[in-house]
Design a protein around this ligand. Sequence first.
Ligand SMILES: [Zn+2]
Ligand SMILES: [Zn+2]
Length: 183
Amino acid sequence: MSHRPNTSPLMFHVRDIARSPGSHREVQESFPVPQALGTSVISVPEGAELELTASLESVAEGIWVSGTVQAEAIGECGRCLDEVRQDVDAVVQGLFTVGKIEVGEDDEEPEDVFEFDGENLDLEDVVRDAVVTQLPFTPLCRPDCPGLCDQCGARLVDDPDHAHEVIDPRWSTLQSLTEQKES
Ligand SMILES: [Zn+2]
Ligand SMILES: [Zn+2]
């Protein structure tokens, strides 16, 4: 049994419940992510497994979606550039209405409101919002990652006592002269 057209794994056919407030459908599915979810530094990559557990409830205004989504995001440590893997367990919720909800001029655009055609619910945006808000702006391989040496680029975690001799620029000319003499 499939309630979904083939266009997107996140598209759910809801015509049967859309016009009968009070009815609902439970969704529990795993599928590959159709398009990477995240930012340039960390994301759930395209094709990665996404697990969605949600309830689609028919309400007077449309369909209320609430549930959770789980996946693994892969990124790059902002300090040492190592790979970072992070489990994402995000709350998904949104109201899908047929046509835009009327908003007064002074009212703010309501959050978590999406449009649908009355038949097919595309959960990609609501899932994307949920996942992206869980991702860090600067992913770190560990909270105390020491990063890279700003002089030579060495990984400081491999070499914690790493140091460079700091030479006063006024002496460096003198030192190179000495080195020239020695060689
Ligand atoms: Zn790191
Ligand atoms: Zn160094």
